[in-house]
Ligand binder design. Structure first.
Ligand SMILES: Nc1ncnc2c1ncn2[C@@H]1O[C@H](COP(=O)(O)OP(=O)(O)OP(=O)(O)O)[C@@H](O)[C@H]1O
Ligand SMILES: [Mg+2]
Length: 364
């Protein structure tokens, strides 16, 4: 069990700044997920917390103690990597017990901890096998077991499932969820997979260029993204953005011009000082429907992509490429799909710097 506090944490490699001042407080037992584009510093940050990477400046507090100068072992932190190198000549039990052996634990203690950990990970019947006799998911579980036996205060996972095939990923995702419930340990988990992020996290930390863009519960981030970056990072297919200019706004509605000159009236009030500014209207594919809504936007359908239970309508809205999710079966006639309805409560507005604009639903 552990709390973690990062205070203005920075890391430079030579003259290149990689982590540019990260502040973060993690509660005991929380499941935190780091997401962000490749190269934004997720692994570096995790390695700094683990003690594998030195800190350039700032502080790391673990359970109220400043641990900047502590070794990984002293921190009591366990890290599971994407590539889980198991010792090929050792059995599952020996692989799992290895860290305890290195720490001079007694044979009894090793046996007991390996057994109870194998129980948690459903590896009890595989303890005598060697890694080459295991499936990918089983190997990954052994790698996790190897960290659990040490009873770490804090688990750090760096994309542990990215080498597994789709089915195994889902299976292991559920295993990790159960593991977290069972151990109630604090965990930080890095992933590119937003389904993993949305389902596992108590809170998601979105990183970009070595800085935190937004922190929040998964649905908070999805429904109230602070900026266009966070909005487009969560959700697949991505949120649609329509370029627009705010013409007018009163307490009940706002009039916006789309890039082709067509005008739409949103039953939303925006700070009138934004008048004349360019904006982006953000609408998620599932919030665009064929038919009526609080307001409609023009649509020129180009492609109907069927996935089975759902399908996507690709096309243009006033020159902007957009995607609408369509849940009904059957063909869609492009001639009839000339506009899409939108529920005003599901609209996001961003200013020309991409920052979310405060708005209220109109009374009308
Ligand atoms: N030892 C190093 N020396 C110099 N630059 C490094 C070193 N380690 C990482 N970097 C650079 O720091 C940046 C962040 O790397 P990091 O591995 O943390 O990214 P990441 O967010 O984990 O990316 P990915 O999603 O691809 O794993 C990258 O530009 C990388 O090239
Ligand atoms: Mg990485």
């Amino acid at each position: 069990m552990a709390t973690l506090k990062l205070n203005n944490l920075r890391k430079s490699f030579g003259s290149v700044d990689i982590i540019k001042g990260v502040d973060l407080e993690i509660e005991d037992g929380e499941f935190i997920v780091f997401i962000g584009p490749s190269g934004c510093g997720k692994s570096t940050l995790l390695r700094m917390v683990s003690g594998l990477e030195e800190v350039t400046s700032g502080d790391i507090w673990l359970d109220g103690e400043r641990v900047n100068d502590h070794t990984p072992f002293e921190r009591g932190v366990a890290m599971v990597f994407q590539s889980y190198a198991l010792y090929p000549h050792m059995t599952v039990a020996q692989n799992m017990g290895f860290p305890l052996k290195m720490a001079d634990a007694s044979a009894d203690e090793i046996e007991r901890k390996v057994r109870s950990t194998a129980e948690i990970l459903q590896l009890g019947h595989l303890l005598d096998r060697r890694p080459d006799q295991l499936s990918g998911g089983q190997k990954q579980r052994v790698a996790m077991g190897r960290t659990i036996v040490r009873d770490p205060k804090l688990f750090l996972f760096d994309e542990p499932l990215s080498n597994l095939d789709a089915d195994l990923r889902i299976e292991m995702r559920v295993e990790i969820e159960k593991l977290h419930k069972r151990l109630a340990s604090t965990m930080i988990y890095v992933t590119h997979d937003q389904v993993e992020a949305m389902t596992l996290a108590d809170r998601i930390v979105v990183l970009k260029d070595g800085l935190i863009e937004q922190i929040g519960a998964p649905l908070d981030l999805y429904e109230r993204p602070a900026n266009t970056f966070v909005a487009s990072f969560l959700g697949a297919p991505k949120i649609n953005f329509l370029d627009a200019t705010l013409l007018d706004s009163d307490v009940n509605s706002s009039k916006l011009a789309l890039s082709d000159g067509s005008q739409i009236a949103l039953p939303i009030a925006v700070d009138p000082s934004s008048q004349g500014q360019s904006m982006k209207i953000g609408i998620r594919p599932e919030d665009l429907v064929l038919g009526e809504g609080d307001f409609t936007v023009p649509f020129q359908m180009e492609l109907h992509e069927r996935l089975g239970p759902t399908s996507y309508l690709h096309g243009l809205c006033a020159g902007n490429p957009i995607i609408a999710e369509h849940r009904r079966r059957g063909n869609v006639d492009p001639e009839e799909a000339r506009s899409l309805g939108v529920d005003a409560a599901q609209v996001h507005l961003f200013d020309d710097a991409g920052v979310s604009v405060k708005m209220t639903l109109g009374a009308a």
